[in-house]
Design a protein around this ligand. Structure first.
Ligand code: ZN
Length: 534
């Protein structure tokens, strides 16, 4: 028994502008596409339900090709104080949050910034104690170089009036020499060390919160990197299985496997595209360089704003090759963080020397700064580049100071890459950037800076079709699923993202504001904007 979807703009994404009137799905798979008349008559004996899209727009399900699901969940879980304009507002938010805390649970807030307050006095621990005498509290300043803690947190950390300042840190005291609850630099660790390590239950909770949010943003899946940071492969992978499979949450999680935990995966008898139906294992994650903000992305030429600095290679050539060789022993593809052109050159050299023989594809994550050689290598090799269009809005104009004008032509050069035939997939790198795929699509199309609202490198703007393709067929191609996902076509997964407005018709500058009407995974509606209509 199946479902007949009709009554909207159903874009198949096979070619620009290609649309169909209706789609018939059965057991999670698209059985047929065509006119309403034809499908209605062909499948009348099997149609269990009709889904009238009521003029909305249906796309193949959007997939984020690079994010960190647990980091995203933690961001959602923690109290965001970054927008607050006064200490009173912070206090009110904390008061609201304490109401939902269980016994002993830490209240963690992030991002307070007294420079945004009319009265920039730092909040004293006595104020925090009056809000929460029994639950420990830790509030990070926006810079992450300072925290506030209440007395309960200090007790748990064993901090008394006698505790002296650690090397490289300050426990701020008042004029009478008494602690104030304010901790700077390494002194923060005194409090942080007292926080409980993450349990599998906590990870499970975070993954549930994160994936529910991702589905509400129109995402049917995400390629995530988490497995090395929260207490090991088994614990983290187990938490994903419990949160997703254990709860029938149909989010398609594809997990990159950091090279440090590759052996743990092998030991479990798992490999590329192994795992469960909804929690699948992916390529081996390797870091090749740092990032542009701190001038650690690895460049062939020095930074324009720091003479002599070409950035940082995370591994020397031998080590990089060794890791890749180890991955190849198990026929595993690699997914390499490479932002600077030297980093891209280094890893594409190794890939060329140690190619995959099983048809899987290696991935270059970011690929922000290229030179002609790196571009040629990306064209030549069977690699996919995971790009994050939102970086344009966040990085321009300051990135021009880093790299100068000459290198701009092949930086964030997505139109060039696509035109030259480099396979690209689109992602957010959440929690670094906002997770919404619509924001990413808009950034790829408009290339507008979120800082000065100017357009940067307009010749690199993508069409809406190209941008949507990054998050549909692009993400599918990156994991060898291009014959099963990323299009609305017979035999493909019944994964859809339904939008209130037609993304191909609206002003591109308003794409981010389109409401997600429905998210559909394997034929099931997993998110609906207005639940009363269910
Ligand atoms: Zn990342």
């Amino acid at each position: 028994m199946g479902v007949l979807w009709f009554g909207g703009n159903i874009y198949t994404m096979e070619k620009e502008g290609t649309a169909v009137e209706a789609v018939y799905t059965e057991e999670g798979v698209i059985k047929a596409v065509g006119t309403y008349e034809k499908l209605y008559h062909s499948y009348s004996a099997y149609i269990e339900r009709e889904e009238n899209l009521q003029g909305k727009t249906m796309l193949p399900g959007l997939v984020d090709s690079h994010l960190h699901i647990i980091g995203h969940g933690e961001k959602l879980l923690r109290l965001d104080l970054s927008q607050m304009k006064s200490a009173e507002e912070v206090v009110e938010a904390l008061n609201n949050r304490t109401a939902n805390l269980s016994e002993g649970e830490w209240l963690i807030g992030e991002g307070w910034n007294e420079n945004q307050w009319q009265d920039p006095s730092i909040i004293h621990k006595e104020v925090l104690d009056s809000i929460s005498p029994h639950n420990p509290m830790m509030l990070s300043r926006v810079c992450r170089h300072a925290i506030l803690a209440n007395t309960k947190a200090m007790e748990l950390a064993g901090i008394t009036e006698e505790t002296s300042d650690p090397q490289g840190g300050i426990i701020v005291r008042d004029e009478f020499g008494e602690t104030t609850g304010y901790f700077l630099d390494t002194a923060q660790e005194l409090i942080k060390d007292a926080m409980p390590g993450v349990s599998q239950d906590y990870l499970e909770q975070v993954i549930k919160i994160a994936t529910d949010d991702l589905m509400s943003k129109g995402l049917v899946g995400g390629h995530s990197e988490d497995l090395n940071y929260y207490g090991g492969f088994n614990k983290t992978y187990g938490a994903f299985k419990k949160a997703i499979d254990g709860e029938n949450r149909k989010f398609k999680a594809h997990l990159l496997v950091h090279h440090e935990v590759m052996a743990d995966m092998i030991e479990e008898g798992l490999g590329y595209l192994g795992g469960t139906e909804y929690v699948e294992l992916g390529a081996v994650k390797i870091f090749s360089d740092g990032a542009l903000g701190g001038r650690t992305a690895w460049l062939t030429e020095e930074y324009a704003d720091e003479k002599g600095n070409k950035g940082v290679a995370i591994h020397n050539h031998e080590k990089l090759e060794e890791i890749v060789k180890e991955a190849r022993r198990y026929e595993l593809p690699i997914a390499v963080h490479a932002i600077g052109d030297q980093a891209v050159d280094a890893i594409t050299d190794v890939i060329k020397k140690h190619p995959l023989t099983n048809g899987a594809r290696d991935r270059i994550i970011h690929g922000q700064i290229l030179n002609q050689h790196s571009l040629d290598m990306l064209k030549e090799l069977p690699v996919v580049v995971d790009i994050q269009p939102s970086f344009v809005s966040s990085d321009f104009p300051w990135v021009i100071e880093r790299i100068g004008d000459e290198r701009l032509a092949l930086s964030y050069a997505w139109k060039t890459m696509i035109r030259e035939g480099v396979e690209c997939a689109g992602g957010s790198d959440a929690p670094i950037e906002e997770v919404s795929p619509l924001l990413g699509i808009e950034a790829a199309v408009t290339r507008k800076s979120g800082i000065d609202h100017k357009v940067y490198c307009a010749e690199q703007c993508l069409s809406v079709f190209e941008a949507v393709k990054l998050y549909t067929l692009g993400s599918a191609y990156a994991i060898n699923q291009e014959e099963a996902r990323g299009k609305i076509a017979t035999g493909f997964s019944a994964d859809f993202t339904v939008l209130e407005e037609d993304i191909f018709q609206v002003n591109p500058e308003t794409i981010h504001a389109i409401t997600i009407a429905k998210t559909v995974i394997d034929g099931d509606i997993v998110y609906q904007n207005n639940p009363t209509l269910l």
